[in-house]
Design a protein around this ligand. Sequence first.
Ligand SMILES: Cc1ncc(COP(=O)(O)O)c(C=O)c1O
Length: 383
Amino acid sequence: MSWSRREFVRSVGWGGTGMLSLPFIISRGREELSARGIEGQTPPLIEPGFIRISGNENPRGPGDAALRALDGRVSFKVGRYPDNPPGLAETIAGLYRARADNVLLSTGSAGLLAGAVRAFTSPERPLVNASPSYGAPVGTARRIGTPIREVPVLPDLSIDLNGMAEAAQGAGLVFLCNPNNPTSTFHSGLSVAAFIDEVRRSSPETMIQVDEAYIDYSEDPIGGTAVPFALDDPNVFVTRTFSKAYGMAGLRLGYAIGRPETMQKIEAAWGLGSVNVLTAAAAIASLNDPAHMERERQENARVREFVHSTFKGLGIDAPLSNTNFLFVSLDRPVGDFRDACLEHRVQVGRNFPPMLDHCRVSLGTMGEMRRASGVFAEVLRTG
Ligand SMILES: Cc1ncc(COP(=O)(O)O)c(C=O)c1O
């Protein structure tokens, strides 16, 4: 699908009153664009008066330290190639008491997801993913002719870890999204450890990828991470992104962490781009400002609690979210709900087959969600 100029202008908010603030532009990325072609997908709208809660983005953008770092770097020096931004891999590694060669940088984690499927699967070595879960690895697998084993989520919408471990036998790669997009559920560090143990025992050749894109919003970002396993075991690696809690989706930065030999295999399989100097400066400043991350977590939790209780009050159920979105169970097809919300200038998430009676609602600012909640109430009341 190609965009007309008018749609493009509308999407970036140029012209007339459509000017957008810097944090807004930086924090909006391409999550929905990567899902183009999926039925029920509408092009992202950024237009004054519209509330866009269809992509898992951070409406607050990065913290002040990151914005200041960006300001400080905009100079003639950006005329030079970045040549692996000094300090970024080291700063990330420092978070985990790891070394720079444990970290593989990418312009957004999407490239790492594609690289992992290309590195570790083949027509003889399937990909295992939950369903529904983040769909990008499945998209890559289809492109290269890798068979896919999808394991339905459990009735409480959590990932079926036993089912995933069973499906992993003989597979090339298991993609475990923790917390899971779109169901928002989270498995504790202990459950993930038991899952890894089981896969390592029953299918020792299988690679295990734990995607922790949303873990900063979870109940246990430190105890819940699989990074210690990844640093220890060449068959396990973790992917993370600056697009969510760090509010930098538009700046494009993600990383994988694991054994150097595992990082090298992913890097050899796919072009990961080179991180630009502005992004690197903003990321380092963010990592050196943990107080901002704590405020971000708290604000997200406050908005999440508000939206959850709004839906609850309307008789609509959703699992306890460990992310910056809710996956609500509707009593109608999601397409009808989405269209009705759009008429009120609120854009909610696309279809997540096979759960077409559920809607993913990403969290905007508190102000946006108060207005959106009024729309949800009206749409649900009027049927
Ligand atoms: C679970 C998950 N992993 C990875 C990504 C890719 O993010 P990015 O390429 O912005 O780092 C996303 C984006 O929405 C996601 O939801």
